[in-house]
Design a protein around this ligand. Structure first.
Ligand code: FE
Length: 219
């Protein structure tokens, strides 16, 4: 079967996007004036700090973890799934529970979608920038761009090609639309030539882009 499938069961936007993001938005892009969300978030952060419920140090440490530690988690989780079939089964069944087994807390429902010879998966948030931050850290600029968000739904193959990823015509491309309650992560196919590799070696070829689905890992 070929074609494109959009997995967006309720994307007429009766659901929330990003409202429960636990990342305080302390910094703007620098390129645009702060959004209403950023202003609200800053005001909330100031209020929590005034009340003594949150310290600037906690915010700073969270932002650092988001940059340094979180982006490696997704690779570690998928590498584990590649070497441990039982873990992979759990990951596909209940992503949040699987991450908990590895000591990784995930704040929302996590749906792991597995690439197969017949199906390739890509994730997006068509409305804003919902992203599996607990596993991948801060979303890249392109993920939040209007261009990616609007086009990947309608012409995923063309968008993937721009990332240098060519999906054969006989492979279905499935696009998953994230929201605040539901985040996705792609489980790529393990490439040939990686037999006997350690989890650490495997994690090293699982870049962020491969877990979003815009790139494919190679040995
Ligand atoms: Fe969103």
């Amino acid at each position: 079967m070929s074609g494109t499938a959009i997995d967006a069961p309720d994307h007429d936007h009766d659901h929330d996007h990003e409202v429960d993001e636990h990342a305080p938005q302390t910094l703007g892009d620098g390129a645009a004036p702060p959004s209403e969300f950023e202003l609200t978030s800053r005001a909330l952060q100031e209020l929590l700090q005034e009340q003594g419920l949150l310290t600037a140090d906690q915010v700073r440490r969270y932002m650092e973890a988001l940059e340094d530690e979180y982006p490696q988690r997704g690779s570690q989780v998928v590498a584990r799934a590649w070497v441990d079939p039982e873990f992979k089964r759990l990951l596909l069944e209940d992503g949040k529970a699987a991450c908990a087994v590895m000591g990784i807390p995930v704040g929302s429902r996590l749906i792991a979608v597995e690439n197969t010879p017949d199906e390739h998966n890509v994730i997006v948030c068509t409305l804003c920038s919902c992203y599996p931050r607990d596993l991948l850290g801060t979303p890249p600029t392109w993920y939040k761009s209007d261009n990616y968000r609007s086009r990947v739904v309608h012409e995923p193959r063309a968008v993937l090609q721009e990332f240098g990823t060519v999906i054969p015509d006989d492979v279905t491309v499935r696009v998953h639309d994230s929201n605040a309650d539901m985040r996705y992560v792609v489980v790529p196919m393990r490439p040939a030539g990686t037999d006997g590799w350690s989890e650490e070696q495997l994690a090293a070829i699982l870049s962020r882009d491969t877990l979003v689905g815009v790139a494919l890992p190679s040995a």
